[in-house]
Ligand binder design. Structure first.
Ligand code: ZN
Length: 163
């Protein structure tokens, strides 16, 4: 003898399970904080990792060297002490020297380029990425100097509210 048991579950039609699930995922994604490398390379404020270090997009070439005085999100100063940005010059010198060495060395030894050809290509690349190199070095330098504070944004909101 066989028995068949039927179970029916009724889901109220006004609840859309799928969209509730999706919005939960969306919220989790928004809460997930930016990592340090992502912050350096997208040139965000090191303290809150949300505010922009520069006014314009890197390859817009308008106002390439101008930065806001403070972060618009957390109020972190972008010039914490006089002559602060001299340090970025040394950062750019260190990593660019290694880059040039490996680029020219790789061009000659691996790609079989002539010395003049490798240097010419290097100069063209450096000219195109001039402001990107300038900016990324500043971003690296301020990320070394200023540490991340996950509560920076809410602290600044509280500070503004108490005024
Ligand atoms: Zn900030």
């Amino acid at each position: 003898m066989n028995f068949v048991i039927k179970i029916t579950i009724e889901i109220p039609k006004n609840i859309d399970i799928c969209s509730t699930f999706k919005s939960n995922i969306k919220m989790e994604k928004q809460e997930k904080k930016r990592g340090v490398l992502s912050s350096v390379f997208s040139m965000k404020c090191p303290r809150c990792r949300e505010g922009d270090l520069f006014y314009t997009h890197t390859f817009s070439y308008s106002r390439p060297t101008e930065m806001p005085e403070k972060c618009e999100v957390c109020n972190q100063s972008f010039s914490p002490e006089p002559g602060f940005w001299f340090g970025a010059m040394f950062v750019s010198y260190i990593w660019m020297a290694w880059f040039c060495l490996f680029f020219v060395g790789g061009g000659i030894l691996l790609a079989g380029m002539s010395v003049n050809g490798a240097f010419a290509l290097l100069i063209v690349i450096c000219a195109i990425f001039y402001f990107w190199i300038f900016r990324i070095s500043r971003s690296m330098w301020i990320h070394i100097y200023v540490s991340y504070d996950p509560l920076a944004k809410s602290k600044n909101k509280a500070r503004l509210a108490s005024k």
